[in-house]
Design a protein around this ligand. Sequence first.
Ligand code: ADP
Length: 534
Amino acid sequence: MKPGRAATFGKSAAQFLAGCVRQTVTVKPHIEPDGSLLEAVKQWQQVFEHNPVMYFMVDPAGTVINVNTFGAAQLGYTAAELIGRSVLDVFLEEDRAFVRACVALCLETVDQSHTWEIRKVRKDGSVLWVRENAKTMLRADGGPIVLVACENITERKEAENALRESEQRFRDYAETASDWFWETGPDHRVTLISEHSDTVAAPAGLIGLTRWDIAPDADLEPERWRQHRAALDAHVPFRDLVYRSKDRSGQPIYVRTSGKPFFDAEGAFLGYRGVCTDVTAAIRADQAEDALRKAQVELAHVTRVTTLGELTASIAHEINQPLAAVIANADACLTWLQRSPPDFKAARRSVEWIIEDGTRASDVIRRVRALAKRSDIEMVPLDANVVVREAVALVQREMASHAVSVRMELSSALPKIFGDRIQLQQVLINLIKNGIEAMDGVHDRPRELAIRSEADDDEAVLVSVTDCGAGICEQAIDRLFTPFFTTKSSGMGMGLSICRSIIEVHGGRLSAVPNQGRGATFQITLPRHREETS
Ligand code: ADP
């Protein structure tokens, strides 16, 4: 027997366990006359029985010698159910090796306390997290015993896990993003670039530089950068600043960045944090689209002028007709005035006709000028019927000279469309001219062109041009709208392709269908104009 040890055991075990509970518990050292443990166990049991801490005593073989009622209840057992069982039964299979190692460590280091966090399994299989404080004491007979106090830390652990998961989730987002993150200090110099920035297009060697040191356009656009620096100095967030930079291989890239200031607990400004995106592809696509749009506008203009050239004869005729009428009416007017007495009523009527014809001629000139004018697209609400009538007026003579009659079936209840008047006229003139040419070889029936407009449903306006000409052959149907496809000896094959791109810019469709009988129908579908309600 080693009383000294026994005394140490009794006292330090009580202190140890008391230190593991939240409230301070005073435990008198109690040593049995024969130095046995039993009474000490009883005493601890009394002290810890109703304490909200799980408390276990385990022998070197891992058998539970004692457990308090609270501890057993936490695991869904009674104390009697646990005493005598292997302590491993209340741990997950995969954690048991760790438990054994912990017990072994405690046994090797008598009187030293150890702490670890581990999962315990309840009787019903559910799991709770505990922090265990353990220490090996020597019994009066010298045999070791492991005392364990466990605190339920499930809530804290779940909160920690949730936080870790959320951190991991944001790290995953950040690392898989094609964006990179940066931080600048109070002097706006870069202090940090996200770690994965070498997998994205982030420029290298940014640390220590300001944004305007990096951007080669800083000198070219001083006002923009002055505004940006003023925002930074005012410590306000900024959004979507796009500037030029260079990637790691020195190639120019476009970068879009947004940032917000951050401050310490006292409110002192520490710098900015933000995100950068390589927007080179988007900007290049915008530039290409812009160039394409400009090219299309120019092409449309060129073909319009070409069409006008082809229509010169009929336009000249259109103007000549009212001019001839003006001269005839002016002559008549003079005759009425030279009468004795002058017939003022008749003279007045002649002058009115002169005004009407003059207006007609000037209308034709206005339309021709509008078609010839090089203009950017001007989208306005339009009445499709007016566009049709104006286009027909310009090709009236062309139709007459080809012995083509036009039948117009224009719906009177047509919603407005939204578009560029000149471009839509260009499309119609093109379709009408094609129709006239398609009927060139028709000699056995009247050459008739039908132009119809109607509201499709609530959504669209349909305008169609139907001829009774040669029709569209099988091989041609898929290629009509392909640039340079033509079956005409002097055709350019650009008309329909330009028409389709104009209609698509208007958010509509242009399609061709062979007629049931003879000829073909070209149909334009345009979305109706929706008034802004704001
Ligand atoms: P082009 O008139 O210079 O040939 P387009 O692009 O306007 O160019 O027309 C392409 C081709 O589509 C024409 O050559 C012709 O074969 C066919 N096409 C166009 N309109 C009609 C039509 N109304 N009927 C039959 N074929 C047509």
